[in-house]
Design a protein around this ligand. Structure first.
Ligand code: NI
Length: 310
């Protein structure tokens, strides 16, 4: 597993060799001490002798400063190590709309991208706040804009499978569903070399039997949501923001769409508001890994008839 210090160290070192790049600008803002510490980490893992507080200073960016990959028993999926196979145990559950966790963790999810303008703009908004999100992407769009998927993965976000064609899966046969998911997975692999580990059905429409089929054949838990701002109806950024801020609680999976410009417009106020309320952002896989089995709100999902325009 790649050491994050190594990754950052290599980026800094390579940036230092380039003139007039954004990374060079960032590098100049790092203290010499921080750079030396990172350089030391490149030479040997055993050389990681600096204290926790020093390490925290090194990685403190934006308002989500307490973000870190959850430390749990067993292997924890972390991005960008998304080449890990889907190995959720059956105990992890087949479908989720929220996860009961101890701590103010939430997962922000964005559907129907990548979009050539809105997704990069959203990535900028997330990056300055050090927020990691989950993108349920459409395979057709991934094939059109693979570079956006590469950037999304490189910046630590998770990619989920939202099918290749974005059809209502409940109208398809089992083999057609599996094929559509497979095509999306392959597009993501081609673009960024990572495998999605979860799926979200278009329009939220997937009966329980098909959720089990998807889990058994593709290994994907079905991820729905507990907070829905209905942003696809374009109610305006302030309404989207207000709906999310009022409905989010610990363990929420928040639905929104980076396909729509007003949704991206709503994100700075929304994310800042959630941060002010003390929420910490993790990806969907991280949230699932954090779940307390006794408290899991498994299958606490919208009814199969609650189809909408996701
Ligand atoms: Ni969708």
């Amino acid at each position: 597993m790649a050491n994050p210090l190594h990754t950052l160290g290599y980026r800094l070192l390579s940036a230092s060799l380039k003139e007039n790049t954004p990374e060079t600008g960032n590098l100049s803002r790092l203290s010499r001490r921080a750079f030396l510490l990172l350089g030391t980490s490149l030479t040997s893992c055993s050389a990681l002798t600096f204290t926790k507080s020093q390490a925290a200073d090194l990685f403190k960016t934006g308002s989500n400063s307490k973000y870190r990959t959850p430390s749990l028993g067993g292997p924890v999926p972390r991005n960008p190590d998304m080449s890990l196979s889907s190995n959720f145990s059956r105990n992890a559950g087949i479908s989720f709309s929220r996860v009961m966790v101890s701590g103010n963790y939430v997962a922000m999810t964005f559907d129907d991208g990548p979009h050539p303008q809105n997704t990069p703009r959203l990535l900028d908004i997330l990056r300055v706040r050090n927020i990691k999100a989950t993108f349920f992407v459409i395979g057709q769009s991934v094939d059109l804009y693979p570079q956006i998927i590469r950037r999304t993965v490189a910046e630590g976000h998770e990619i989920g499978n939202h099918t290749y064609t974005h059809r209502l899966l409940s109208k398809l046969s089992d083999s057609e569903i599996a094929l559509d998911l497979l095509r999306c997975r392959d597009a993501v692999v081609r673009a960024a070399g990572v495998h999605p580990r979860t799926m979200r059905p278009p329009y939220g429409g997937l009966p329980q039997r098909q959720r089990e089929m998807v889990y058994n054949t593709c290994g994907y838990p079905t991820i729905l949501w507990s907070v829905d701002p209905l942003d696809w109806k374009r109610p305006g950024p302030s309404v989207v923001s207000s709906r999310i801020l009022h409905a989010t609680t610990s363990g929420s999976i928040i639905l929104s769409h980076d396909l729509h410009a007003p949704t991206v417009d709503a994100m700075p106020a929304t994310l800042d508001g959630l941060l002010r309320r003390g929420f910490q952002f993790v990806t969907v896989s991280q949230l699932l890994a954090m779940k307390s089995e006794a408290l899991t709100a498994q299958a606490d999902v919208p009814g199969d008839n609650s189809i909408n325009s996701l």
